[in-house]
Design a protein around this ligand. Structure first.
Ligand SMILES: Cc1ncc(COP(=O)(O)O)c(C=O)c1O
Length: 365
């Protein structure tokens, strides 16, 4: 019996041929595929700029650099996220200010964000976690009033929509990751920065390539955060399917919800009326998570925990910034969350195996 993985990467003949073509072309960086991928991503998001970079982490690093963060500047971030939302801040000696989440959608709680704002707050980072958008309107309103920048972390939210608009271009800068488990990938590491801000767009294009406009003239501080041609050509092909895959993911969410509706002790995902969640993962909360995971594992069904240790409790964060204030909601849910396989490539036989395994476990409780 084959393991049912959490995610699967889509591959077709077009991708294989396109990669081979790049290998044979002799152009491995800064070529036409990057340009085409950026253009199609920009059109998909409907932003003015889309700038390919080497990872979601690189995109966050560059976005923070672009804001010109100074030592002591505060940046409000959720703790219930991947650590890369916060760690790049340390390179600019800026301080992450961790905020608790709304327990229904796992995103930052806007009322609690408001309470964390100080004169030193330079930026707020809404993370559209699991593909569910943050409630952006009240956040944008505060940002406007207090002159605070908004960087959207969309690394788990390709194709998610807030009030009918794709996430990424709602704030000042949006960042995406194409790590292989994501809703779309580039067959390795990769990322994208999107923005409608001309200054940011023009500068970020240079910063990801040593800050240069021409080969030997470096005008801005930058590093090598380029996205290579093989990754770009895979991304371009994958993007064509993203809309279809988001719909399929949403169908799978209905499939899971129907199973779990019978078991009121399991908390299933919620979706706000203003949101279109792109469901990077299907996450439930369950008491006694360990035995549920063990049961599924015996049936060769993978599970994941995104994330078991909140960022404010990570040793490196405590080492740099000291012990952080408690975040009761985050600290409670991380004990109970577990994510189940959610790939548009799951077939009926696999779905049936998942359904049987869940019912077996729940029926025995
Ligand atoms: C919310 C979030 N932010 C940032 C990142 C970093 O992206 P990457 O792994 O491409 O560096 C990820 C990726 O896992 C993520 O999920």
């Amino acid at each position: 019996m084959q393991e049912i993985k959490l995610n699967k990467m889509f591959m077709n003949q077009n991708i294989r041929s396109a990669v081979l073509e790049v290998l044979n072309s002799g152009y491995y960086v800064k070529g036409p595929n990057l340009r085409h991928f950026e253009e199609s991503f920009r059109d998909y998001i409907k932003s003015k700029y889309a700038i390919g970079v080497s990872s979601g982490t690189a995109a966050l690093f560059l976005a923070y650099q672009e804001l010109n963060l100074n030592p002591g500047d505060e940046v409000i971030v959720p703790s219930h996220t991947f650590i890369a939302t916060a760690t790049p801040l340390a390179f600019f000696k800026a301080k992450p200010v961790f905020v608790d989440i709304d327990p229904d959608i796992y995103c930052m709680d806007i009322e609690k964000v408001k309470r964390k704002i100080t004169p030193k707050t330079k930026c707020i980072v809404p993370v559209h976690i699991y593909g569910h958008p943050v409630d952006m309107d009240p956040l944008l309103e505060i940002a406007e009033e207090k002159n605070i920048e908004i960087i959207e972390d969309c690394c788990q939210a390709h194709g998610a929509e807030y009030k009918g608009k794709k996430v990424g271009k709602l704030g000042d800068i949006g960042v995406f990751s194409f790590f292989p488990s994501k809703n779309m990938t580039v067959g390795g590491d990769g990322g994208m920065i999107v923005t409608n801000n001309e200054k940011y767009g023009e500068e970020l294009k240079l910063r990801r390539d040593h800050g240069r406009k021409s080969k030997y003239k470096n005008e801005l501080l930058g590093l090598n955060f380029r996205l290579n041609e093989i990754q770009a050509v895979i991304g371009k092909e994958q993007l064509k399917f993203l809309g279809e895959w988001v719909e399929k993911r949403r169908e799978l969410v209905t499939f899971y919800n129907e199973i779990f509706e019978k078991y009121p002790n399991v908390k299933i995902p919620s979706e706000k009326e203003w949101a279109k969640c792109s469901y990077y993962v299907y996450t439930i909360q369950i008491e006694n998570r360990k035995s549920f995971i063990e049961h599924l594992s015996k049936k060769k069904i993978a599970t994941g925990i995104y994330y078991p240790i909140p960022v404010h409790k990570q040793p490196i964060i405590e080492e740099i910034y000291g012990i952080q204030p408690n975040l009761p909601v985050t600290e409670e849910i991380v004990k109970k969350i577990v994510s189940l396989p959610l790939s548009p490539l799951l077939n009926n036989e696999e779905l049936n195996r998942i359904e049987v395994a869940i019912n077996e476990y729940m029926g025995d409780l």
